[in-house]
Design a protein around this ligand. Sequence first.
Ligand code: ZN
Length: 274
Amino acid sequence: MAPEVTFWGTRGSIPTSGPEYAETGGNTACVQISLPDHVILLDAGTGIRLAGEALAHDRRPIILLLSHPHWDHIQGFPFFTPLYQAGRDLTIVAPDHPEWIDMLVGQVDGVRFPVAADFLQCDIHPSADLAEALRGTGVGGTTIATNHPGDGIGYRLEFGDDVLVYLTDNELVPPEAGPTRFEEFGAFVQGAHLLIHDAQYIVDDLPDKAGWGHSTIRQVVRLAETAGVSRLALFHHDPATTDAVLAERAASWQSRLQEEMELLVARDGLSITL
Ligand SMILES: [Zn+2]
């Protein structure tokens, strides 16, 4: 059975509130993938609080994959209910970056958060090796370096024939060469059923925000179309972009697509079947 994907937090940079943002939602990055015997979470922005509530009475082991330790991807972690439940199994994965896990868990230190790590009840298994963390789950996973200040990691996850790619905080066409070229991202994304990609900007935001580590919708659509992606979810919305503006941009791009592809605006609380 194809996994269920739930967006708990889709905003970039900083949480947002206000009536003009309510439809999309204002929680920062967190996406859940539900499998029969496991739950995978992508990032621990403020959306992970809602994931924790939804998983409070669910005993499946949780595997949390980190894209990078910028604040909007880790700030919800102390509010994740399973942390305070005895016997819960939480694997935290930061491929080749074990220090990111220290930054994540280290927020619960009794100073930046009212309780310290010894208060945590769940069993935490840190891992810097994706293949090892996914062993026995039936999920295949590979990574790619994103173009983002301070480094970042994108994930390609394969559930049998179903492929999901999570590429957030990624500048597809940076002003100076980053670790990964556009063509390499194309190969990484090839044939994905769902591509979740940072689309924080539009062309008008450049060149002011060139080098900040995010992409324009135009660049993301081009990547998805050249790689034969079935469904593209625009993600990591700028905190200043309203629901009305996002809807207008999505409609405009939908009508200009060259290839047969579904384009959607990721919003908090949206669930789709992969
Ligand atoms: Zn971010």
